[in-house]
Structure formats: structure tokens, C-alpha cells
Design a protein around this ligand. Structure first.
Ligand SMILES: [Cu+2]
Length: 130
């Protein structure tokens, strides 16, 4: 037979364990971020909306190190694929998005490989201000 004292201490230990497990779970996403990811997560982010078979804005200028997020608001998939091999989102599902961190400066024309008439330009400029 378990005394009420034992019952109470088992409950206390169980509560403490549950609390520790909860804290560990909350800390997990932060612990697994590398310094580079943390830096990227605080960097400037530009958004290109894909809507009505168009990349909006059609032309975007960003600095190296900044993030570009393509958000697909159409009801079918698209891609954001550079004509060179600078970046390729692969399929971005409807209502989904894809992020790329800009690096090599230059004009990067990109298309949707599923609808090649969709074309836009991403210009990456040096990360050092003029
Ligand atoms: Cu498309």
C-alpha cells in the first residue's frame, strides 16, 4: 500500500520532470540554431509575391547576405529558378514559400520552370554600403 506521503512525493517528482521536459522542448529550437542561422534570421528579408502568374516585384535589388522569400499566393505550384545555377527553389506549392540568402553580386534573371513565360530579375549588390 502506498502512503499519502509517498503519493505526494511521486506527484512532486513527476511534476518537476514534466516541467524540465517542457523547458528542454522549448529550448531545443534555439540550441540547434548555428551562429550563421541566427545571423541570417536577423538579416533583412525581402518578399517576392507570386500571384496571377507574376513575380511581384518584377525587379528587385538586394544586398549580399539579405534574404529573399518567394511566397506563392496562386492556387497552383511555381518555381523561382535562376537562368544560371545561382538558385532554384524547386516546386513551391500553393500557399507555400521558399527563402534564399543572396550572395554573389550580379543580375540574376529567373523564371518559373513550370511556366517559363514568368520571368523576373533579382539584382544582388555588394554587402558593403557605398
Ligand atoms: Cu509557375
Amino acid at each position: 500500500m502506498i502512503s499519502s506521503f509517498e503519493n505526494a512525493s511521486v506527484a512532486r517528482v513527476t511534476r518537476r520532470f514534466a516541467l524540465l521536459a517542457l523547458l528542454a522542448l522549448c529550448a531545443l529550437p534555439y540550441a540547434s540554431l548555428t551562429a550563421q542561422q541566427l545571423q541570417q534570421s536577423t538579416a533583412v528579408e525581402h518578399v517576392v509575391t507570386i500571384e496571377n502568374m507574376q513575380f511581384i516585384p518584377f525587379s528587385l535589388k538586394v544586398r549580399a547576405g539579405e534574404r529573399v522569400r518567394w511566397v506563392n499566393k496562386d492556387y497552383f505550384p511555381h518555381t523561382a529558378t535562376a537562368r544560371g545555377d545561382m538558385f532554384d527553389s524547386k516546386v513551391i506549392a500553393s500557399q507555400s514559400n521558399w527563402t534564399w540568402v543572396a550572395h554573389t553580386p550580379g543580375d540574376h534573371t529567373y523564371i518559373c520552370t513550370l511556366h517559363p513565360s514568368m520571368q523576373a530579375t533579382l539584382t544582388v549588390i555588394s554587402d558593403t554600403p557605398p
